[in-house]
Every structure is written in C-alpha cells, then in structure tokens.
Design a protein around this ligand. Structure first.
Ligand code: HEM
Length: 180
C-alpha cells in the first residue's frame, strides 16, 4: 500500500495560499525569463531590443517576488513533509535554499551587469530604474556571475523537478499536493 492510499486528499496540509501563488508565479516567470535570456545572443539584431526588454523587465519582477517569498517562508512554517530518508530531506532542503539564494542573486547580478555596461534598466519602457553603480569596469565580471548563476539555476531546477516527480510518480505520496 502506498502513502497515497493511506492518506485521503483532505488530510494534506498545504503551504499558505500566498506561498503557493508566489511559488507558481516565480516558476512561470523563470520559464519565460530563462529561455529568453539564453536565446538573446542568437536572435537577429533588430529583434534583440524586444528580447532584452522582456528578459530584463520580467527578470526584475522575479527579484521582488522572491523577496516576498522569502519573507513568507520565514514567517510561516511549512507544512509537515511526508516520511523520507534523512539524505533526501537534507538534499531537498539544500536545493530549496540554494534556489532562493540563486533566484535573488541572479536578477541582482543581471541588473548590475546591465547598469555596468552603461544601460540603466528601462522597465517595460515605462520607468527608468535608478542605476546604483553606473558604467563600470565590473561589467564583464558581473555578466560572468549572471551566466554562472543561470546554469546553476537550471541544475537546481532539474534536481527540484526530479524530486517532485520521484514523490509524485514513483512514491505516489502527496508532496506535490502541498504546493497545489
Ligand atoms: C531570475 C531572473 C533571471 C534569470 C533566471 C536570468 C537568466 C539568464 C540566462 C540563462 C541568460 C543567458 C546566459 C548565457 O548566455 O548562457 C541571461 C542573459 C542575460 N541576462 Fe538574465 N536572467 C535573469 C534576470 C536578469 C535581469 C533582471 C537582467 C537585467 C536587468 C538580466 C540581464 C541579462 C543580460 C544583459 C544577459 C545577456 C544577454 C546577451 O546579450 O546574450 N537578466 N540571463
């Protein structure tokens, strides 16, 4: 008998509704921002400004949504996890915290790199966001950090998704239901 058989759906204690909404909002934004950032260097020159606008403007939103998520995560204790080996618990926890760190650091690195190259963020063409550093020699270093974090986020996302699928498909427990 699986845990899913033992536990009726009504027994699932889910994350706080705000935590769930912010989780799926960030997931959606990352699924747009990551690939758009990746393809910028391959698109035709006349299409680049639109790709930059989408990538940078939505990417900047991720920063604020992640800060809100962090606040909710620190204020509200997450619901209890289903039983699992201690190594899995630690791995899942580490991946979660690294995702928080990377998804906060990444938009900051991208924003500062763009500033350092001499382009203040023109958010959706509506507001020019104040540039804290202005044009600077740090631009290539900041962009290397942005590229490194971009690939790190992909690895963390795959680990996160792997864990979700393992629980949902192989173990058939209610881990995913806590976030739905
Ligand atoms: C969580 C949010 C973000 C994610 C996940 C993300 C991800 C990425 C990825 C995967 C790339 C391609 C890296 C490569 O070439 O291998 C990239 C490039 C880039 N990103 Fe971001 N990014 C985010 C936010 C931002 C923000 C807020 C800005 C600026 C305001 C920004 C500016 C840039 C720039 C200028 C590039 C270089 C594009 C090019 O010329 O090739 N990013 N980003």
């Amino acid at each position: 008998m699986t845990i899913a058989d033992e536990a009726p759906a009504a027994d699932v204690v889910a994350y706080h509704p705000v935590a769930r909404i912010l989780h799926w909002l960030v997931a959606l934004l990352v699924l747009v921002v990551w690939p758009v950032g990746f393809v910028i260097e391959f698109v035709k020159d006349d299409a680049k400004p639109a790709f930059y606008l989408v990538h940078e403007s939505f990417g900047f939103i991720i920063l604020w949504v992640m800060l809100a998520r962090l606040a909710v995560r620190l204020i509200r204790t997450p619901p209890p996890e289903p039983p699992m080996p201690i190594w899995q618990k630690r791995l899942a926890g580490t991946v979660h915290w690294l995702l928080y760190a990377a998804l906060i650091a990444q938009p900051i690195a991208g924003f500062l790199a763009t500033n350092a190259f001499g382009f203040p963020l023109d958010w959706f063409g509506l507001v020019t966001v104040w540039s804290p550093i202005g044009k600077s020699d740090l631009a290539p270093t900041l962009m290397s950090v942005h590229v490194f974090l971009g690939w790190s986020i992909l690895v963390l996302f795959c680990l996160h998704l792997g864990g979700v699928l393992q629980h949902h498909i192989l173990l058939r427990d209610r881990t995913l239901h806590r976030m739905l």
